[in-house]
Ligand binder design. Structure first.
Ligand SMILES: NC(=O)c1ccc[n+]([C@@H]2O[C@H](COP(=O)([O-])OP(=O)(O)OC[C@H]3O[C@@H](n4cnc5c(N)ncnc54)[C@H](OP(=O)(O)O)[C@@H]3O)[C@@H](O)[C@H]2O)c1
Length: 344
């Protein structure tokens, strides 16, 4: 008799009421797969876009179990699976399907959970650190001397970016949208924190670095992109990896705002780019899931740094598995710091 598992399913995109709990038997893991009893799964802002039907990579995939990362205990392995045994504590990343009590994961997307970590830390780890490392080193070509500005600096990816910038000794400026997030960004390693709810973002940014920034990481989109581009110094790089400010914070899709923000989003002119010697890049890790070796290399490096005590703890807020709607509401409110995790 196969074990059963409970999955959170979105049949059709929409508001907080779209989550359904679906209990069905789970198949045995296939060749190269490992079955994991999930103890915790991470919440990412991308999950909000998935719930609302705004995530391009999820188009046509509903009904869909969301979730990009998890941690748990190996229950069994498929044939030709090497490196994992029943009882091993693991964490992993997946292209959807992590909001579940059990998952059959390709074994090469799993990592052994370091002994000092709990499941919450494991579930909160892969997406934000992979994103931060890939952004800084693969897309951003980070140099020791770079002065870096990080938007949404107290969020999941923002905190991970500040952690990695501190390891490299870069001068970083963190921008937050609410005063109560300032200590978190400071704690994560920002040399300066700009609170845009009480300060003028760009005049403060100019005061801190009058000649502009070498690297700016922007996942807000329309609300800050123009200013970010403007505040690059020559040879500066703007990294675009999200569009959070297009979301309405109401839990529903606001079509009018989406269309207006889409039209207002700056388009970058090749003549300006070459004339001012600036680089604009965009990336989305969801399209890199087949690049397992790349992900494993990055993860090995970060886990090594963690074992050397270089990665400070990430603030984590937990929610019960059944409270998935509350967790979505919390990250969508823009008030959360660090990561949010569902505990099974
Ligand atoms: N391209 C990729 O590969 C990739 C991978 C991971 C994440 N991302 C993107 O990176 C960003 C951060 O992801 P995360 O999971 O770590 O989330 P997060 O930063 O923990 O939370 C999102 C933050 O965005 C800011 N924000 C701005 N406008 C908002 C709005 N209208 N509604 C809600 N929040 C708003 C808020 O911070 P402040 O108000 O303090 O700015 C909020 O706390 C997201 O845009 C996500 O889509 C991209």
């Amino acid at each position: 008799m196969p074990d059963s598992r409970l999955r959170i399913i979105i049949r059709k995109p929409g508001g907080y009421g779209v989550f359904r709990f679906d209990e069905k038997p789970i198949d045995d893991p296939r060749q190269g797969e490992t079955q994991v009893e999930v103890k915790a799964c991470g919440i990412n802002f991308a999950d909000i876009a998935v719930r609302l039907g705004l995530y391009a990579a999820a188009k046509g995939a509903y009904p869909l179990c969301p979730g990009l990362e998890f941690a748990g205990i190996v229950r069994q392995t498929g044939s030709k699976t090497e490196g994992f045994n029943p009882g091993d504590r693991v964490f992993g990343a997946t292209r959807f399907g992590a909001y579940t009590t059990s998952i059959n994961s390709p074994s090469n997307q799993l990592f052994k959970l370091p002994t000092s970590w709990d499941f919450k830390r494991g579930a909160a780890f892969p997406v934000v650190y992979l994103t931060a490392y890939y952004a800084l080193y693969h897309v951003g070509h980070l140099k020791k001397s770079d002065q870096v500005l990080v938007h949404s600096a107290a969020g999941g990816v923002g905190t991970a970016l500040l952690h990695l910038l501190k390891i490299n000794n870069n001068m970083s400026v963190g921008v937050v949208g609410r005063s109560e997030k300032k200590p978190s960004a400071k704690e994560a390693g920002a040399a300066y924190v700009i609170d845009k709810s009480t300060e003028d973002l760009w005049s403060k940014a100019e005061e801190i670095s009058p000649e502009g920034y070498d690297l700016i990481l922007d996942a807000n989109g329309v609300s800050t992109l123009k200013g970010s581009y403007h505040h690059l110094r020559p040879a500066g790089r703007l990294l675009i990896y999200g569009f959070a400010s297009m979301f309405s914070r109401s839990g529903r899709k606001n079509r009018l705002k989406l269309v207006r923000d889409y039209l207002r989003t700056p388009r970058f002119n090749p003549f300006d780019l070459t004339g001012s010697n600036k680089t604009v890049s965009g990336f989305n890790l969801i399209y890199l899931f087949e690049k397992v070796d790349l992900f494993r290399d990055i993860m090995d490096t970060i886990i090594e740094w963690d074992s050397e005590g270089l990665i400070p703890p990430m603030p984590v807020t937990t929610f019960a598995f059944e409270d998935v709607a509350k967790a979505h509401r919390a990250i969508e409110s823009g008030k959360s710091v660090g990561k949010l995790v569902l505990v099974v």
